[in-house]
Write a protein that binds this ligand. Structure first.
Ligand code: PLP
Length: 379
């Protein structure tokens, strides 16, 4: 029976408790198994709770298989290093999660893997950096922190035409809002630390794809060893049961908040793919079939101090990370992009007054009141 996503969130991938007839997936904390009957070992990605949560995630993304890792960046690094060797070349979208950029810039050089960061919307630029040794094209949409949108279908077409492996970081959308496998992308990565976990208490990552590609990543992954424990696998599976209700509520709240901010005279600019003023709103509408997500970035007027504004908030909390049930806010210039040259940072839109708001599941009126009061106090 084909199931809808909210049903998959609750039921896919669970383990039936045949012994005690409990209602939910049991935890199997054993790291060692009777070798006459099983080859399970956590570093081989094949213990019961790892398989159970992987199956749930693969069904949500609509792929044949998935693997879970100890962090989002472990999923990114293991996936990329499974398909490149010394001398190869990788094409990357210009705006990516800071940790991914740091991985590429520091580790690829050591292995003589070359790369180009480009505006992937520009087909001319794409074709001009393509080389015979190009292996991967890597994108992120919506991107962190400016919610830029990449046309996923056009990237998967380019990738297929040139025999590349296409990879997307789908963290900001979650599988509820966007399923890139349906648009022809080969590998879909999530930092499960974010929406999949959703409660700011799990560090994990995942990659979804075909049996063929996932088996290749599995082979490299057991050498790199960045696996997840049974406890965290279980907790992640438990958390995903509410993914759909959480994300749909976050979508609703975020759209209302983006509209509120967009109409406020103390806000310079709002970045949200659900606003018709977003430069790629039409593409977002086509590919984000579930909603536009819970992340909203905005720039305060120059006369306001972003620190004082954040200190005036009473419900929304200042934190580095995102995608929990609680509303949180961060200054990318002071956290993820702190090390960047301030002038370059301004040029790409990450100004000192830019804030990235991770909208939670609270009552939206309370969130809007909180923002409104803080703006009044600092106006
Ligand atoms: C957080 C994040 C990552 C890295 O995930 P970790 O779980 O922190 O390793 C990768 N991509 C995006 C878009 C993220 O937000």
């Amino acid at each position: 029976m084909s199931k809808k996503k909210s049903t998959k969130c609750v039921h896919s991938g669970g383990i039936t408790d045949d012994k005690f007839f409990g209602n939910i997936t049991p935890i199997y904390p054993s790291i060692t198994y009777d070798y006459l009957n099983s080859d399970a070992y956590p570093r081989y990605f094949n213990t019961p709770n790892q398989l159970s949560v992987s199956k749930k995630i693969a069904e949500l993304e609509g792929t044949e298989d998935a693997l879970v890792f100890g962090s989002g960046l472990a999923a990114v690094a293991t996936s990329m290093f499974s398909f490149v060797s010394s001398g190869d070349h990788v094409i990357l979208q210009k705006s990516l999660y800071g940790g991914t950029i740091n991985l590429v810039n520091t580790e690829f050089k050591k292995f003589n893997i070359s790369y180009d960061y480009i505006d992937v919307a520009n087909l001319k630029e794409l074709n001009s950096v393509l080389r015979p040794n190009t292996k991967i094209i890597y994108i992120e949409s919506p991107s962190n922190p400016l919610l830029s949108i990449t046309d996923i279908k056009s990237i998967s077409n380019f990738s297929k035409k040139n025999n590349l492996i296409s990879i997307i970081d789908n963290t900001f959308s979650s599988p509820i809002n966007q399923n890139p496998a349906n648009l022809g992308i080969d590998l879909i990565i999530h930092s499960a630390t974010k929406y999949l976990g959703g409660h700011s208490d799990i560090l994990a990552g995942t990659v979804c794809g075909s049996n063929e590609l996932i088996s290749i990543i599995k082979k490299s992954g057991l050498n790199f060893g960045s696996n997840i424990s049974e406890y965290i696998s279980w907790l992640l599976e438990r958390s995903i049961k509410t993914l759909s209700v959480r994300v749909l509520k976050q979508n609703d709240n975020a759209l209302k908040i983006a509209n509120f901010l967009n109409n406020h005279n103390m806000i310079n600019k709002v970045y949200y793919p659900g606003l018709s003023s977003h430069d790629k709103h039409d593409i977002a509408k086509k590919q984000m079939t579930g909603g536009f997500g819970g992340m909203v970035s905005f720039e305060l007027k120059n006369s306001i101090s972003s620190d004082e504004f954040v200190k005036s908030l009473q419900v929304i909390q200042p934190t580095m990370s995102l995608a929990g049930v609680e509303s949180t806010i961060t200054s990318p210039a002071k956290t993820s992009h702190k090390k960047m040259d301030p002038k370059e940072r301004d040029e790409i839109g990450i100004t000192k007054n830019l804030l990235r708001f991770s909208v939670g599941i609270e009552d939206v009126d309370d969130l809007i009141n909180d923002l409104s009061n803080a703006l009044k106090l600092n106006g």
